[in-house]
Design a protein around this ligand. Structure first.
Ligand SMILES: [Zn+2]
Length: 236
């Protein structure tokens, strides 16, 4: 129930991905991107690149107005390129979680094969975790895969480097990003089977699958593009 500017007697879970325009696959970090990765991008790009700070601060103000705390999945290199931003998000009471080091496609979106060696993935993700922990002053336990390209071997690796949850699996009737079977996945948190995204037994890492709207077909109910195409009625 909403009363005035506060939400009472109701729980709400909000996550925000903190990434910039050049993190999209057509610009950096995919087999078809303009720049090999964001290191390549920053070595060549001479114009303004910060379209992130202003909208993030406005988002923090909106969350404050409704007295809501959210989880922010932050690309690790944001700590380097936007000094003080992660500190500001954390200082206002929000959880800082990890959205990779530089937002590459870890699964090849075309072939669905790994686009990164598992040991390289683990090292880069652990570095991002440490950077975010240093900036926020808090332990980082959550992960979200760039472009939602997730696979079972990634969940296994995340567990090994001390993540406690992942939130990347999205099930809908229109697209399937990784090729791993997810027919038994609902919108309820679950423990994935090892080397799989299917539902398994209790283990050290839990998956929080994304929201969906059921209307005969499973419609994605998350994220900016879906909100822009379908409006807020299925998101809220
Ligand atoms: Zn992202």
């Amino acid at each position: 129930m909403q009363r005035g500017n506060t939400i009472e007697d109701q729980s709400i879970s909000i996550t925000v991905d903190i990434e910039d325009w050049y993190h999209v696959p057509s610009v950096c970090g995919s087999p078809y991107s303009e720049f090999r990765d964001t290191v390549d991008f920053f070595s060549k790009w001479k114009d303004r690149y910060d379209y992130l700070t202003g909208p993030t601060m406005r988002t923090l103000d909106i969350l404050d107005r409704f007295d809501v705390r959210a989880t922010f999945f932050v690309v690790g290199e944001v700590v380097e390129h936007y000094p003080g931003l992660v500190e500001a998000i954390s200082a206002r009471g929000h959880e800082i979680a990890c959205h990779s080091l530089r937002h590459p496609c870890i699964i090849n979106p075309r072939t669905k094969e790994p686009a990164m060696d598992p040991e390289v993935f683990k090292a880069a993700t652990l570095l991002a975790k440490r950077m975010l922990e240093k900036a926020s002053g808090k332990k980082v336990i959550g992960y979200r895969a760039p472009n939602a390209l997730i696979s079972g071997w990634m969940i296994d690796a995340l567990e090994e480097i001390d993540f406690e949850y992942d939130s990347s699996v999205n099930v809908n009737s229109f697209f399937h990003k990784t090729g791993s079977p997810v027919d038994d996945v609902t919108t309820i948190p679950y423990y994935p089977r090892r080397s799989s995204l299917s539902v398994g037994e209790k283990r050290g890492i839990v998956e929080f699958p994304w929201a969906r709207f059921e209307a005969g077909v499973k419609i994605p109910a998350y994220g900016g593009p879906i909100l822009r195409f379908l409006g807020s009625s299925i998101i809220l």
